[in-house]
Design a protein around this ligand. Sequence first.
Ligand code: ADP
Length: 301
Amino acid sequence: MKIGLLSRNANLYSTNRLKEAAEERGHDVRVIDYLRCVMDITSHKPAIRYGGQELSPLDAVIPRIGATHTFYGTAVVRQFEMMNVFPTNESQGISRSRDKLRSLQLLSRNGIGLPVTGIAHSTKDIDGLIELVGGAPLIVKLIEGTQGVGVVLAETKKAAESVIAAFRQLDANILVQEFIKEAKGADIRAFVIGGRVVASMRRQGAPGEFRSNLHQGGHAEKIKLTPEERSTAVRAAKTMGLNVCGVDLLRSNHGPVVMEVNSSPGLEGIEDTTGIDVAGKVIEFIEKNARPGNTRTSARG
Ligand code: ADP
């Protein structure tokens, strides 16, 4: 098959591994920088120009759209869908998962466990917001944050009030969340492909750190999920309409709760930790599902 890897950087671990896994299976892979794609929207025959020429037909694309380029990146994925090219993740699922508020609303509507969460923009009702999540200690997040930057643990009501008041000044969307203390600074990454968890790991923050992000000095180990955790991860992926994703969970007293669903999950951490050929499984998924015109994800929220 002819597979397009929509990635800005051919040297990234994940891009490389997907390319390698596809080539090992005899496929023809091309890394395509989606920001350099020119879309022909107006013609009867939707097309993409790349490097001064019309892109030759592909059987499937693997979108690896960076968070900073979601808008243009998802438009390119949509253009491929219009050209009847199978995407591992549909543009709509990627857009949904990038919108934290929309994601949480969709997940809660589908009865998926979440930390108790309140969302505000410029409220003066700080006390009400704090009450809503059951008081301190609590977590305050800036919606735009990534890799743990912009996530604050406020241990007392006073601290919570001042953090929320400070964030308010930034004219930002603020998310206030119950602190899942019992998670003890660890979270779970479940890698879902085609409605199944194919690999999972537990990430533990550095001592004294409530954030488990590897970028914040955490470490990871392979774990076996409980049936409830598995089904939560699979249902979260389905709700978002994502075939390939990383679901981040916390182990809470009231069962597994979803923090985030990532539509371009990194492969390095999960493959290193579990020894599982996750890239190969993405390619197998394409082999089973890519048909011309099959551009709609069966998973749907
Ligand atoms: P980012 O998307 O910036 O990585 P997250 O929302 O994933 O931010 O939060 C970073 C880390 O903080 C998580 O991996 C988790 O370990 C910890 N964390 C986030 N929310 C909570 C919470 N409600 N309770 C306990 N720990 C949390």
